[in-house]
Design a protein. Structure first.
Length: 114
């Protein structure tokens, strides 16, 4: 990903959950918070309720690819955490993509020209 680094520390995830803005759909929940950097930081969380390791990794790969393809449309300077919900493994790629774009629009993270 060209403009994005990863969120890896637990306290950074907790900070977003507690102090960030959030919105959710049936497949995803997205949390965001402005950071003081010129780039975004992304974290993807897929809990054990979603499925076994193979299923969780498949969902994680799909979400990462969806973000990568739409990275240029997302405003810079935010910490973003995407949380996969239990229904996400049964969803198609297009459904996940539509839900991601819907949540990004709700949070006002999408560039106005898109």
């Amino acid at each position: 990903m060209q403009f994005t680094s990863s969120i890896r520390q637990n306290y950074e995830f907790r900070r977003l959950y507690n102090a960030g803005k959030s919105t959710a759909t049936g497949l995803l929940a997205v949390y965001c918070r402005p950071n003081r950097r010129g780039a975004n930081r992304l974290g993807i969380t897929v809990g054990t309720k979603v499925g076994n390791a193979v299923v969780r990794n498949k969902v994680r790969r799909r979400l990462k690819e969806i973000y990568r393809l739409h990275e240029a449309e997302v405003r810079r300077g935010f910490d973003i955490v995407i949380v996969a919900r239990v229904k996400s493994p049964s969803a198609t790629y297009r459904q996940l993509e539509a839900d991601f774009l819907r949540t990004v629009d709700k949070l006002g993270l999408r560039e106005t020209g898109s």
